[in-house]
Design a protein. Structure first.
Length: 252
């Protein structure tokens, strides 16, 4: 049986030692085969990825985007700096590509931080995940998996769901191609996004407002899923020229 356990913390708004906090909160309870799902924002705050908007000096392109999409020019400048590509937008949001993932406003978040400050993505989500695994191993001699989670709007769907920005220590993408379905038909394209699935399950406990639950412990996954697996954000992404949605819309 797979279980999800919420881990609450005090509010954080400045850098802090994440490994030490994890050990303090749940270190003695961790077991081999557990997976920690951690909020990307919580990791980013621990790493000091916080920016005061009044320190940002917008350039000409940021000023233009600000006028066009009704977004503060300082935020537009950060979006330009943090995104790989800006695809367009609507009032209040720019649609960007970040490490191969469609990401509103380059993942920059204004919620759960003081007014006038924003939180960026972790600089390298995979390295953050690997650092947590190494820290837990050194402190507790326990082999775990880690998923760095974000909440995301999905095309044509109302509300947010969880999505993995990085994962390590377990098989976060399970290739089912070649397996048979209930009627013996071979699966040709199916790959199971276990990292995203765990993030969506954890999102039930993490919430989106004042839940103060940035960590969820998942227990009960199959032992065969664990090993030296590593997934950066780009590893979860389909190239745009193979994506059924973007290719179908671009050809209309």
């Amino acid at each position: 049986m797979i279980t999800f356990k919420a881990v609450k913390t005090a509010r954080k708004n400045s850098p802090f030692p994440l490994g030490e906090l994890i050990d303090e909160l749940i270190g003695p309870q961790l077991r081999d085969g557990d997976v920690l799902v951690l909020s990307s924002k919580f990791i980013a705050i621990s790493e000091g990825r916080i920016v005061s908007l009044d320190t940002v000096r917008p350039g000409e392109r940021a000023l233009q985007l600000s006028r066009e999409y009704d977004i503060p020019a300082e935020l537009c400048e950060l979006i330009i700096q943090e995104s790989d590509q800006i695809l367009g937008g609507v009032k209040g949001f720019l649609l960007t590509l970040r490490w191969g993932l469609f990401t509103p406003n380059a993942g920059i978040d204004k919620s759960n931080i003081e007014h006038g400050r924003v939180v960026l993505y972790p600089a390298d989500p995979l390295m953050s995940a690997l650092g947590i695994i190494e820290d837990v191993m050194s402190r507790r001699r326990v082999r775990i998996g880690v998923v760095v989670s974000d909440s995301r709007l999905m095309p044509t769907r109302i509300g947010t769901t969880g999505v993995a920005l990085a994962a390590a220590g377990f098989q976060a993408i399970r290739d089912r191609r070649g397996n048979a379905d209930l009627f013996g038909n071979p699966l040709k394209v199916t790959q199971q996004a276990l990292g995203d699935d765990l993030c969506s399950g954890a999102q039930l406990l993490m919430g989106e407002a004042d839940e103060a639950t940035p960590i969820v412990v998942v227990s009960g996954l199959e032992p065969s899923l664990f090993g030296d697996y590593r997934y950066a954000m780009k590893d979860f992404s389909v190239p745009m020229d193979q994506d059924v949605y973007t290719q179908s819309l671009s050809r209309r």
